[in-house]
Design a protein around this ligand. Structure first.
Ligand code: PMP
Length: 403
């Protein structure tokens, strides 16, 4: 049977990356890996979840915890999110919040909501690979979002029209982005909002790492800046995607979208059609744990991950050869490293795995145009100090050997 003739055209854009195949090799115990950009499981609030799950499954509560529930999401959890959004400068109500199965589902739904084949999505070069993966299914073109504000709206609109569609949204990972660890400053956020106004497009604000700031001043979300200008969330074009994955537990798959009620109601219809609702029990447990431990728990995560970031920066300083540069993220899980121009991160990974037993993610996969061959992403979230020290030493050796 020729499945290829049966698959929809959108599948042609959905390919397993070569890098993912390489990263499957990382289970071997002698490899020190900075590849996985995931939370440290040793830091999960396990006792709090045990208690919350036991309570949710008690005789008085189990019949609703195990039952179907509304597509919008568990009401008390939406209320907690409303309070959280208010603390970020986003006054809103339950009607502005949809619970999704991770923020990844929000990205998929927003792509589905807005992209027709041939439309253009503006994304950073590089950007979160999972966002490109989610949007790819809707067959868009990509253009480079330049938060510096040095490209005109007319230029973007013309480029999109030349490719047979129009610009639909700008997607930005605003705080401690995956993969670069970089944060958009106030000016850059304002530039994106101004561009979006001019182009009359949506803004997808990905705030997955928002709670993980280790130093520096918090910068208001674009949604807060837009509300401050326009008076009400209902007038805003920004759709804020939040997540409990980096703060509480990714395995429960609970995230949210916050935005104008007129858009949220469309997303609710989409969710109804796609999966009815996110897991009821998981939403209840997240609500209980968020209410009981969120502040203390995230404070502990900031201390722990912040110390790992400091350790990685210190070891990079010691071990990287001349010609290699990296940034200093104020939060999140990633440091972004730039090799000399002629070097290739994929080749370096192959060599590093073989000779130094150290792993990372080559940066190219994060670029919609496949540029950025001389970059790589290092995650410090999973590594203990001793591993960071030894790992950076080995990485330095591997780079030197290739130079
Ligand atoms: N956005 C960014 C920038 C991410 O790094 C991730 C997870 N790696 C997600 C969204 C998706 O996270 P989740 O679906 O677990 O909320």
């Amino acid at each position: 049977m020729n499945w290829h003739d049966i698959f929809a055209t959108r599948m042609s854009r959905m390919k397993a990356s070569e890098i993912r195949e390489l990263l499957k090799l990382l289970d071997q115990p002698d490899i020190i890996s900075f590849a996985g950009g995931i939370p440290d499981p040793a830091l999960f609030p396990v006792a709090a979840f045990q208690e919350a799950m036991t309570d949710a499954l008690s005789p008085a509560k189990s019949s609703s915890a195990l039952q179907y529930s509304v597509s919008e999401g568990y009401g008390p959890l939406r209320d907690w999110i409303v309070d959280q959004m208010a603390s970020l400068g986003v006054p809103c109500t339950r009607d502005n919040v949809l619970i999704t199965s991770g923020s990844q589902q929000a990205l998929d739904y927003l792509g589905k909501l807005m992209l027709s084949p041939g439309d253009t999505a503006l994304v950073a070069w590089p950007t979160y690979m999972g966002a490109l993966g989610a949007f790819n299914a809707y067959e868009p073109n990509y253009d480079r979002l330049s938060p510096g504000g040095n490209r005109s709206a007319e230029d973007y609109a013309q480029a999109a029209a030349d490719k047979g569609g129009r610009v639909k949204f700008a997607y930005a990972s605003v705080d401690f982005a995956n993969p670069t660890g970089e944060t958009l400053n106030l000016r850059q956020r304002e530039n994106i909002l101004a561009l979006a106004d001019e182009l009359d497009i949506a803004v997808i604000e990905d705030s997955a790492y928002q709670s993980l700031r280790y130093d520096g001043e918090a910068i208001p979300p674009m949604l807060a800046l837009e509300i401050a200008r326009k008076g009400s969330i209902e007038e805003c074009r920004t759709l804020y995607c939040g997540s409990f994955s980096k703060t509480l537990a990714p395995g429960l798959r609970v995230g949210w979208v916050c935005g104008a009620a007129s858009v949220i109601s469309q997303l609710v219809l989409m969710k109804q059609a796609a999966d009815l609702h996110s897991a009821t029990l998981n939403q209840i447990a997240i609500n209980t744990v968020a209410r009981n431990v969120f502040e203390d728990h995230t404070a502990m995560l900031r201390r722990t991950y912040g110390a790992r970031r400091d350790a990685m920066l210190a070891e990079l300083e010691k071990h990287m050869p001349e010609g290699v540069s990296w940034n200093r993220p104020e939060g999140g899980m990633f440091v972004w490293l730039t090799l000399p121009k002629h070097m290739d991160g994929g080749d370096l990974l192959r060599a590093s795995l073989e000779t130094q037993r150290v792993a990372f993610v080559p940066g190219q996969a994060f670029f919609a145009d496949r540029s950025g061959a001389n970059t790589l992403r290092l995650a410090f979230s999973l590594a203990q100090d001793a591993q960071i020290e030894e790992g950076m030493k080995r990485l330095g050796e591997a780079i030197r050997a290739m130079m």
